[in-house]
Design a protein around this ligand. Structure first.
Ligand code: ZN
Length: 274
């Protein structure tokens, strides 16, 4: 180390790099309440950096089109049944095995995902779902996320995010990202579930509609969320489309800019130090 000045520069530089590895969206100076359509929404209080799910826009075209086609079938059924929460389960060959609709019977635990799992067990004798994919109109709640982990699904895909259902649609649900549950997979399995959000999101969000002006509805909740204008958010680089990986758990389509930044930071740190 040359002197205190270079040492201070070294510390400041690494502090800035460290911030890059903190929350991608840093919700400073935000309003608390209901988020608008042009804002990113975060649960209040902010206890996490938000969802860690793979967002649909970061998938390659081939995989995205497959998920969108299947999600549109889920949404078709949801619209026909006039029920918000519907789930479908596909096997690894692309066969739709079972469906589940949240009908509120026989009790409040009969969420679409749970109904679909129980239907698959009844129809096909399945107790676990390795190499299966579950699609759901809305992001799983904490109960269903845990149920999907216990059931050993390989992939879970949803249309609308929990934070938007709560913060923009004013619909009551447990205010937490399902990935807070999914990210704790190590207690049950060695490999994480591939979790994908925002597939056919625009259609799904429109289908959920808005309860914000319907305070007498049993689904209404007054959101207390952190809202950040999207224009303030640093855009994530658009990934180059890549071929679909043969193993859906093996591929990542995110542009790994953080690794590049880390490499640059190490090189510059070494230059500053010596
Ligand atoms: Zn649920």
């Amino acid at each position: 180390m040359k002197n205190n000045y270079t040492f201070t520069l070294f510390l400041i530089f690494n502090l800035l790099i460290g911030l890059l590895f903190a929350c991608e969206f840093y919700p400073l100076n935000t309003a608390v309440g209901k988020c608008g359509s042009t804002q990113n929404s975060f649960f209040q209080p902010v206890t996490s950096c938000g969802s860690t799910a793979i967002d649909a826009k970061d998938l390659n075209t081939t995989e995205l089109e497959m998920h969108e086609a299947r999600m549109n079938i889920v949404l078709d059924q949801a619209q026909q049944a006039n029920r918000k929460f519907v789930a479908h389960i596909y096997d690894n060959n692309g066969t739709l095995l079972c469906t589940g609709v949240n009908l509120g019977v026989p009790n409040m635990l009969a969420h679409g995902e749970i109904v679909a799992i129980n239907n698959c067990t009844t129809l096909h004798g399945l107790k676990t779902f390795e190499n299966h994919t579950l699609y759901t109109t809305g992001e799983p709640c904490a109960m269903c996320a845990a149920g999907l982990m216990w059931s050993k699904f390989s992939t879970v895909v949803w249309g609308s995010y929990n934070h938007d259902i709560h913060c923009k649609i004013c619909m009551s649900n447990i205010p937490m990202e399902s990935t807070w549950v999914f990210d704790t997979y190590k207690g049950l399995t060695d490999t994480p579930i591939r979790v994908i959000g925002g597939v056919a999101q625009e259609r799904a969000d429109a289908f959920f509609g808005s309860y914000c002006d319907r305070p007498t509805s049993i689904f209404y909740i007054a959101p207390q969320c952190n809202c950040v204008n999207k224009t303030l958010v640093t855009p994530v680089p658009t990934p180059t489309p890549t071929p679909t990986p043969t193993n859906p758990n093996s591929g990542t389509t995110n542009f790994d800019y953080k690794s590049i930044l880390l490499t640059i930071s190490i090189i510059i740190s070494l230059i500053i130090m010596y």
